[in-house]
Design a protein around this ligand. Sequence first.
Ligand code: Q9C
Ligand code: ZN
Length: 690
Amino acid sequence: MGTALVYHEDMTATRLLWDDPECEIERPERLTAALDRLRQRGLEQRCLRLSAREASKEELGLVHSPEYVSLVRKTQVLGEEELQALSGQFDAIYFHPSTFHCARLAAGAGLQLVDAVLTGAVQNGLALVRPPGHHSQRAAANGFCVFNNVAIAAAHAKQKHGLHRILIVDWDVHHGQGIQYLFEDDPSVLYFSWHRYEHGRFWPFLRESDADAVGRGQGLGFTVNLPWNQVGMGNADYVAAFLHLLLPLAFEFDPELVLVSAGFDSAIGDPEGQMQATPECFAHLTHLLQVLAGGRVCAMLEGGYHLESLAESVCMTVQTLLGDPAPPLSGLMVPCQSALESIQSARAAQAPYWKSLQLQDVTPVPTSPSTHSPEGRPPPLLPGGPMCKAAAPAPAPSSLLDQLCLCPAPSVRTTVALTAPDITLVLPPDVIQQEGSALREETEAWARPHESLAREEALTALGKLLYLLDGMLDGQVNSGIAATPASAAAATLDVAIQRGLSHGAQRLLCVALGQLDRPPDLAHDGRTLWLNIGGKEAAALSMFHVATPLPVMTGGFLSCILGLVLPLAYGFQPDLVLVALGPGHGLQGPHAALLAAMLRGLAGGRVLALLEEDSTPQLAGILARVLRGEAPPSLGPSSVASPEDVQALMYLRGQLEPQWKMLQVRLIAEAWLCPGARLCHRGRWGGQGK
Ligand code: Q9C
Ligand code: ZN
């Protein structure tokens, strides 16, 4: 459906005319650097280019007072000294004769973007604007911001498009207190912001930036603040914040539109933020938001002052909006202690208002009937599990992962290699129906150890799957769907795992739904992470072999994905993902689509889905669309997780947390965290923004 890029070069006009070390970082080159890089990467050309218009007086009046708007209008005719004097009345602000025009274009760009998305002209988009907006208030400029672009867009989406639920995600490193003030009593706007806080010692030094500011009146629980109390937050911290705080609330809220206050001063190298998240992280944040609101995501530039880091991060965001798979994240995926403390205090502050947080944070970790431990906590697992003598060594850096980072997306995004269901009618045009098959003798050799693969139909299906898998491992195809007779599903999956591991995958994640037996000789060597949902087993058998019951309600399914599957997957960093819907998997189309869509964030999108031959064409069709980058349909208002679902999840967490740090949502006493083990990227990104 397309991605809009909204811009106008007039927005490079406003600039600082006098000496002010605080304001000099907000420069015209921010826009040109981002745009130049988008052109260099061929990304601008793939977008629908829209020229920004000026917001009208009435549109500005949606959030600003008429007196303030006319005050800003008058700056057009002021001389330099008067401009400087007026600027001094606000905190961290400069005015230029072109500021009024630029700020109206910035607000107008957001309005155009929202109109383009809500009329269905495009699926999503980015507005590249300055001045930024999120600090600006009803009658005050603040922190380089003149008009509150994102807040105006939200008010407009409510007023002109009749929306009732809008999510604003503010990933800028500063607190968008302007947005918070404008919507703090409004339950139709859920505002999430993380920000450098340092216990109140960082600008804008506000008590109301802390986690316990949760909105007021009707809006209680619709303001979500995540204060970072240390600098140096990185990829693992940001992803953990999304999985354990933002996304549970966002799914429960069920937004009709997602607006992003997309500041990139939260990226590595930025002189303001001093954080460590790499540009690829913004691909993941974007990807994770695209599963909401049917993929209607409107991002608007806020801060970002390290030109190189800004330009790369903008490219990652646009690339992901366009539907390209996110590049794998680098670095150890271990959130730091301070981040976990912040996430936990925000969860605690929000728990009274959100069902998705309630059961989990008040339920003590249960004991399993089979494995009582005196402390009431399940026994933690040895790294490799009971069958493994030595702790699994960290697998060597994956050559496939490196390849994924360096190579452009394959020309064919998704292939479908189905035997029985004829799904040509429900396939999007760029999904290729695979003709090829692996060589007969080779297929037979792989099939030989498995009785269930002796039948002709099973062999034919296996040949197609092997051919597809090779295409993915060679980098010719990004993702695919294969089908197999139900009776051969477990054996086919076993072969796919072995073949993947022997043909270049260093770390393979296998998510098996339903009755799919764990391959009998599956190693515990750390190269395969086996995760079964809804099979016969229901426990963590080792760090790499995990089984859990199928949650019965939508709420339980979501907490299983956000609280277990994705933390394990992000911690494992696979370079190939197999997701198999086996006998009795019990997933409905939208649930399966959501799982596949979210797993596409791993392994550079290299996901192979294995279905049973008698699955409906609709199921295959919806998976094909999601694997090629379309948004999954939204699940609607989510029911609560059942107490059994919560218990199962909490029990597994208790067992697995010591090894898989991405699972942690609260601090555990025995945590042996090593803060020094976090990767440092100073070499590439260090230094100050120019
Ligand atoms: N060194 C935006 O990013 N100065 N505004 C803080 C602390 C003000 C940031 C000084 C920063 C304003 C949109
Ligand atoms: Zn900022």
